[in-house]
Write a protein that binds this ligand. Sequence first.
Ligand code: NA7
Length: 540
Amino acid sequence: MDPTARPAAASPQVDAVVVGAGFSGLYQLHRLRELGLRTRVFEACDDIGGTWYRNRYPGARCDVESTAYSYSFSPELDQEWEWSERYAAQPEILRYLHHVADRFGLRRDITLNTRVTRAVYDEAGHVWEVSTDTGETVTARFVVLASGCVSAVNDPDIPGLGTFAGAVHHTADWPAGGVDLAGRRVGVIGTGCSGVQAVPVIAAEAAELTVFQRTPVYALPAHNRPLAAAEIAEIKARYPEFRAAQRLSRGGTVFAPPTKSALEADDAERAAAYEAAWDSGVLSGLLRTYTDILVDEAANETVAAFVRSKIRSIVADPATAEALSPRTFPFATKRPCLDTGFYAAFNEPHVTLVDLARTPIEEVTPKGVRTAGREYLLDVLVLATGFDALTGSQVAVDIVGKGGTTLREKWADGPRNLLGLVSAGFPNLFTVIGPLSPSVLSNAVFSIEQHVEWITDCIAHLRRAGATEIDATPRAEDDWCAHVADLAAGTLYPAAASWYMGANVPGKPRVFLAYTGGADRYRAECDAVARDGYRGFVLS
Ligand code: NA7
């Protein structure tokens, strides 16, 4: 026997553990199974669906067209599933995920009601020991964190919140049976995309609605509508061609890229372009009008001013319109919202906007919310306060890598990894659409597929090569982190105190959390790394 040979890697109980059974986890399970891997998926909720299971708030709806926000891996699935609306609502997306789970026989490897709490790497055996809150422990060669980029809930630290006598519901943890809001006095804290979607739907039901807004957003009309049979037939006929174009696209939706600066166009040309984008009902429509909306302040301000003029044209009361008008950050440096009736809701006599920039919340009382101005009496309080995005779901698990270092410790000053996929010192642990990848700046399902396929190919490569471990090198990781930061610094994104920057969670380090170079460039880089024998990684 060769005395210098390493001891053989240990035999784990399963080949892979996948954390989470949403869009990412379901597809990852499917692909690993195709590879012949014994895989277990753990899901904390009592059903599959991830983000689309938990975000059941009134009005929850996708802001990417459903025909694009869906799996592309199965042409048969594309043909057999029928979306009823341009932008599917949460129940329909959840039905789709159930259909996928049934069609591909995924459920038998998914354990529900089980949260992964800890994962410890065995350096000698090249296996992860994964523990759950049900007391189960399983060893696995690979772990895939498919736990979502907007899944760890941001519970606001508002004094007195626990004293409120009525019901409190977070939009991302909405009761499965719904909440009866008819005839109730409802308060909504938060006007991000969730609040913006919920407000008009709650307004239609509640006796009184008070919206507590800390920062106004740019909300664009969805122009949502049912899909007609002829339109569905046409989409299906060109699905293969669309999916091929989507794979090469910048963000998972297909469009002709702009060619001109906003500042080269005259006022009339710009106005016409912005009106057309507004009427298109596409989230990124305004961004696609000119080349420099996200990199040049003056160009950006032309769009921002256009949206403010739209708000003034919809909201009857000038003071309310002004309070709803974003002025403190450039357009799209916080995620714009796609809405149906948000601004118009403030024309209803029973809907009140409270501008927290003028009168901040002082406390929640047993009866309602007291601001610096007055006390608002409420029966139900809705927290639309968002997420500890991108990193929250990963550091929620106690992950212990090489040398006993925890991921939480390593990421204390911000996430560090290579290609958004593997963090050095945490071998065989992959992340799907986590930080430092295009993730939230792209169509999530499209990026999920790209990540899952890369991870699956990587695992297949390791097995072919007889390797039992892959880790990122610290040097390659440093280069990637610097590259992502440089790209972001060349845009206007860092100008906003957004959840993209980690700014919405007190104490979270301010680091731009996504790759801004485009999903096409990112995919090319991931593919090149693999082609070069996993450049920047060490295989052993
Ligand atoms: P967001 O976009 O993070 O929005 C959260 C909102 O809640 C936003 O208006 C916040 O104001 C507000 N907020 C947060 N904490 C507080 C406190 N303590 N007091 C008052 N207001 C507060 O989350 P969403 O769920 O709407 O959307 C997240 C993404 O999920 C969405 O973009 C889609 O991609 C899916 P702030 O702006 O921080 O001043």
